[in-house]
Design a protein around this ligand. Sequence first.
Ligand code: RIB
Length: 365
Amino acid sequence: MPSDRDETPAQPTISEVAAEAGVGRATAARTLGGYGYVSAELRERVLAAADRLGYRANALARSVSTGVSHTLGVILADIGNPFFAGVMRGISDTSRARGFDTIVLSTYEDLEEEVAAVNVLIDKRVDGVIIASTAVGRGEVAHIQAALDRGIPVVLVDRAVASLDLDAVVIDNRDAARGAVETLIEAGHRRIGFVWGPPAAQVPATRRELLAEASRNLWTDGERLRGYLDALDDARIPFDPELVMVGRKTEDRVTREVARMLALPDRTTALFCTETEAVTGALRALRAAGLAYPRDVALIGFDDSAWAAVMDPPLTMIEQPVHRLGAKAAEVLLDTIGGAEPARTMHTLRSRLVVRSSVAPPPGS
Ligand code: RIB
């Protein structure tokens, strides 16, 4: 009759490993805890004894005793999004190569989730944090400041936060957006829709008000909007608020907003979509209206991916160096953990416009 006692063997203690190795407990503790000095000969004896007994270091206990966990915390907006998955691969590859584990948490662009995630990482005693923060205003960064106050270095990835003087690894969002819209203008378009902007309740009437709204929201959204407006200005195309989608960023809302732009008397003939769900929502709207790209509406999107290349016709997209973004963020953080003085600067990587077949001149031109 098996006893109800847990049959799994108890974890051998440090004292048992020390006895097995014939060394003092302090020597075994230093060896197994990864701190302090131990001669090569004694280290070898302790590790061999630990192996014979099946000892597994208690990582959390070790981090308490040494203050080092060899673990990075990573907080991303949506690990289900291919963009963030690519960034995470870069972080993970670089961290592992330098002997660090990673703990990943997803916030789904929810500030409360982000605050909770930072607190989890503080409790887990991570050595540093990489975060694609959804925080925007000065009043929204207390959780990040709490980590910094505990001596936990933080590096921003993908989006800067104006009120935080930290290293940020980002791309040239504004230049990338301007280049994409210039491509549409060079093809002859003047009625260019911007999908999607800041989550304002309605599109402000003037560009100044629109930019003020943008500065209160995600840095990437604001930079891409600025690039769109730059390209219109350079071509002396007047800003038309009817051609800008703002509000909750969902694919369904994109579909409704693009349908609205397509139904305008002087309808849009080209769309600049600032991320994946903006592209897919726009494609749904075109199909519902019985329109085809690029014959009826030209289209350029942000965040290139395998599916964009196999669409028929293939989509012209802005490609972000996602793996490099993550790797660079990890390098900057690990250098800081290793003692380097934080540069507290914007590390801007270049994106690339992948020209395929979704841009053509306006119909009838
Ligand atoms: O949701 C992913 C998108 O938003 C990417 O374009 C990335 O830059 C992020 O800001």
